[in-house]
Design a protein around this ligand. Structure first.
Ligand SMILES: Nc1ncnc2c1ncn2[C@@H]1O[C@H](COP(=O)(O)OP(=O)(O)OP(=O)(O)O)[C@@H](O)[C@H]1O
Length: 318
């Protein structure tokens, strides 16, 4: 059963259509929702939580209908909002216990769950200090903990890496991966950075201007390309020459050689060239596409000039 399914979901605000006839279904796992700022990600989350009725269309979350079963959906789904929502004067422990109580847990269970969850997200002694003194990374962890404290089957994480430095971003991405892999909780995580989702997601949905561009398993985005990356210890230029002389389409890229694959013979050619020159082969592998490259190849949907050109920052950490 899909964890999320939408049919013709449309959300019109007075000045903008935030979601435009969106039909998509995703299976359990870690699912990325990618789009530039204003693409409609937060609007979709609000609709899926049953907090905002769509203009037209239908949707279900964990098999529950958003129009009729919003309360049940919110009982089963955790939500980490993008915006700042933490009270500065209470500690992380007090806040997360309070959220657990709001979800209906009895006092002792709420305290135990809060302690476990805060430990899982990497907050230890600091959890007794007022949140007002926390770094951005620590505040993001508290927001994540409150989303997980009632043991949901699914969590919506809206831009969880926003505002984090590269190290904090890596830690948050690792946490997200663990939520899916170790705790068996499905995740819908939004980001405007494609590269970072490639690392943690099983499936990625790309939207632009409220419309669906693609919905695919990550492996489908990162299919093998037609080039071979070759790395040798020393003698890169000599190998370049030899391969070129044997008719291979070869070019240097940093310390690598990149060779177009013309068939099985290309592998033999590289192996023979390395042997002939007496070099040490460190790596010979078929290169995989990165999601960002695939996305750049996606043709823009029809519309006014520039309206559908995704404006996604490149070079995200991988
Ligand atoms: N309550 C609202 N009233 C009017 N317009 C809105 C409202 N909420 C969102 N929008 C508009 O809908 C579009 C989609 O917004 P949304 O917040 O869903 O995008 P997003 O992909 O989450 O981007 P961001 O990461 O910047 O929040 C934007 O043009 C936004 O200005």
């Amino acid at each position: 059963m899909p964890i999320i399914a939408t049919q013709g979901l449309t959300m019109r605000f007075p000045r903008v259509t935030a979601l435009d006839d969106l039909s998509v279904a995703v299976e359990p796992g870690v699912v990325g929702l990618v789009g530039a700022n204003g693409a409609g990600k937060s609007t979709l989350i609000k609709i899926l939580l049953g907090l905002l009725p769509p203009s037209t269309g239908t949707a279900s979350v964990l098999g529950m209908d958003i129009a009729r079963e919003g309360v049940k959906i919110r009982e089963s789904v955790g939500f980490m909002p993008e915006y700042e929502c933490l009270p500065p004067d209470v500690s992380a422990t007090e806040f997360v216990v309070h959220m657990a109580r709001m979800c209906g847990l009895p006092p002792t269970a709420a305290r135990e769950r809060a302690a476990d969850t805060l430990r899982h997200v990497g907050l230890y002694e600091e959890r007794y200090r007022p949140i007002g003194g926390y770094s951005t990374g620590m505040r993001q962890r508290v927001k994540l903990a409150q989303a997980l404290v009632h043991d949901p089957k699914l969590v919506f994480l809206d831009e969880p890496t926003n505002g984090l430095d590269p190290a904090g971003r890596d830690e948050m991405l690792d946490l997200i991966r663990r939520i899916g892999a170790e705790f068996g909780i499905s995740v819908l995580v939004t980001s405007h950075l494609l590269g970072e989702l490639e690392r943690v997601c099983d499936h990625v949905v790309i939207i632009d201007g409220g419309r669906l561009l693609r919905s695919q398993a990550v492996e489908a985005y990162t299919t093998e390309s037609g080039v071979l990356t070759v790395e040798v210890d020393e003698g890169r230029d000599a190998l370049h020459r030899v391969l070129h002389e044997h008719g291979a389409a070869v070019r240097a890229e940093g310390r690598f050689l990149v060779v177009d694959i013309a068939g099985e013979s290309t592998y033999d050619l590289v192996r023979d060239g390395v042997a002939e020159l007496g070099l040490r082969l460190i790596r010979m592998e078929q290169r995989r596409h990165h999601i960002e490259e695939v996305f750049q190849e996606t043709p823009a949907a029809p519309g006014p000039p520039g309206a559908n050109v995704p404006n996604l920052p490149q070079g995200a950490p991988r």
